[in-house]
Write a protein that binds this ligand. Structure first.
Ligand code: G16
Length: 542
């Protein structure tokens, strides 16, 4: 039996999970006791773990394997009965959620900093997902944080590292470690939801796509599902080999960072469909030939077409979207006669709605779409749902989205990010906005109908979350929303979300930056962005 060591430690300040877990630079995580303290705080906060099963895996970024070895040794010392580890330490976030649920485990630990870059000088992250498969709700993350501030010791066994590449069972003291295929269960789940025969037939008939895995975790999943099970030609998956530094790129599927894909999808002769996913496989970006689908529109289009997919034939119970996400999905919900829920940013807020059967589809403007099949957003799921819809409707992406606007109207939408700004300046800017009282006032051509800091009461468990973003909603339904990102590791990122509804088909085919120009100026002036941050332009526009 390996020896269980009880190691004295002292709290590290700031082990507070953000929008999705604890994200810091690798050097922070790699310092002695840092990861150990956080993992012990998790184990101390989640109830009786004796003999239970835990799922562990990550997006394969630098430090993934070292962190997994530590977590395994701590899990054994803390009394877990079994740990299921994705082979090679790999497990996409949605696949982890699927496995946690399928095998009725006591939750899982996912190692990822999502779309943030990886490598020795870049980012790392860790989060605990509950037995339902979703990110821990705020009550749990707050308990973990509180525990991390009071911690004085952690438990770990002294043992040799385990072989994470050899499938099957190994022993670590009284605990069993099972190394399993990270792709198979997930691929089976996808096959149960979508019309693989129709998609296969479309590929056979010449339909072409590119999937950019961005050298992140979805490579092996996409090759198995798209190229092997659906018969797409080899080479459909680009950048399919997961690398510890994602090939030096940002594994962030947006128009800036997935530029290879954007290029591949432009011009005559380009493929019919393009998609990309992020570091840990939960985000997605969808493109047609020379056509970008905003995540907000993607949610609305998928909701309107969901019954074309076998897994959603019975219809949707409801739709949930985060507050800054455009109201495009609300118009679909209205037509379908189903409820729509507006939650704070963060997938964790969808969990109670999905568990209670109140919502079937969820989406966020931050390139997140998903359903009640797991409790995380799911990049490849969204890609497959689009493929199913395209195979069933036999129209182009552009035609489907344009027809959607004609039917429902278009919520013209854009997000402007100011990345890496001074944290104090960012806080000052938000405080300035909080101090404004704009209701009833006029800004340019717009009268202000609502001006508040968004607060949310969960309709299932009654929990309240405040300070979730400053809203300026105008009489005609146009909006400006401001929030600070909760996922960055350097300085602060200000996000400004701008939206206007356009019911007139003759005015819908327009560049969003042009259509929103007056609101963009109002948004910059109101927040005094240039004076407070020194920035004249956003770093990323999506
Ligand atoms: C995480 C959360 C999402 C959230 C996103 C953006 O995504 O899971 O629910 O919308 O962060 O958060 P922020 O605007 O605070 O940066 P991911 O893909 O980073 O895990």
């Amino acid at each position: 039996m390996p020896e269980i060591r009880i190691v004295s430690t002292r709290p590290f300040p700031g082990q507070k999970p953000g929008t999705s877990g604890l994200r810091k630079k690798v050097a922070v995580f790699a310092q002695p006791h840092y990861l150990e303290n956080f993992v012990q705080a998790v184990f101390d906060s989640i109830g009786d773990i004796a003999g239970k099963t835990l799922v562990v895996g990550g997006d394969g970024r630098y430090h993934n394997r070292a962190a997994i070895q530590t977590i395994l040794k701590m899990a054994a010392a803390n009394g877990f009965g079994r740990v299921m580890v994705g082979q090679g330490g790999i497990l996409s976030t949605p696949a982890a959620s699927a496995v946690i649920r399928k095998y009725r485990t006591f939750g899982g630990i996912i190692l990822s900093a999502s779309h943030n870059p990886g490598g020795p000088t870049e980012d790392f992250g860790i989060k605990y997902n509950i037995p339902a498969g979703g990110p821990a709700p705020e009550a749990v993350t707050e308990a973990i944080h509180a525990r991390s501030e009071a911690i004085s010791e952690y438990r770990i066994v002294t043992a040799a590292d385990l072989d994470l590449d050899r499938p099957g069972e190994q022993r670590l003291g009284a605990m069993t470690v099972e190394v399993f295929d990270p792709v198979a269960d997930y691929a089976d789940l996808m096959e149960s939801l979508f019309d693989f025969a129709a998609i296969r037939a479309a590929f056979k008939a010449g339909f072409r796509m590119r999937f950019d895995a961005m050298h992140a975790v979805t490579g092996p999943y996409a090759v198995e599902i798209l190229e092997r099970r659906l018969g797409a030609p080899a080479g459909t998956v680009m950048n399919g080999v997961p690398l510890e530094d994602f090939g030096g790129g940002h594994p962030d599927p947006n128009l800036v960072h997935a530029h290879d894909l954007v290029e591949a999808l432009s011009g005559e002769g380009a493929p019919d469909f393009g998609a990309a996913s992020d570091g840990d496989g939960d985000r997605n970006m969808v493109l047609g030939r020379d056509f970008y689908v905003t995540p907000s529109d993607s949610l609305a289009v998928l909701a309107a077409n969901a019954t074309l997919c076998p897994g959603y034939k019975a219809g949707l119970k409801g739709i949930a979207r985060s507050m800054p996400t455009s109201a495009a999905a609300d118009r679909v919900a209205e037509k379908l006669g189903i409820p729509v829920f507006e939650t704070p940013t963060g997938w964790k807020f969808f969990g109670t709605l999905l568990d209670a059967g109140k919502a079937t589809l969820c989406g966020e403007e931050s390139f997140g779409t998903g359903s009640d099949h797991v409790r995380e957003k799911d990049g490849l799921w969204a890609v497959l749902m689009w493929l199913n819809v395209l195979a069933a409707r036999k129209q182009s992406v552009a035609d489907i989205v344009t027809a959607h606007w004609r039917e429902f109207g278009r919520n013209i939408y854009s997000r402007h990010d100011y990345e890496g700004i001074d944290a104090k300046a960012a806080d000052g800017l938000m405080e300035h906005l909080r101090g404004l009282d704009l209701k009833g006032k006029r800004l340019g051509a717009y009268g202000v109908a609502v001006n508040d800091d968004f607060a949310y009461t969960d309709p299932v468990d009654g929990s309240v979350s405040r300070k979730q973003g400053i809203r300026v909603v105008f009489d005609d339904g146009s909006r400006i929303v401001y929030r600070l990102s909760g996922t960055g590791t350097e300085g602060a990122t200000l996000r400004v979300y701008i939206e206007r509804f356009e019911p007139d088909p003759a005015r819908q085919d327009i560049d969003p930056q042009a259509a929103l120009a007056d609101l963009i100026v109002i948004a910059r002036d109101l927040a005094e962005i240039e004076a407070r941050t020194g920035r004249t332009e956003p770093t990323v526009i999506t």
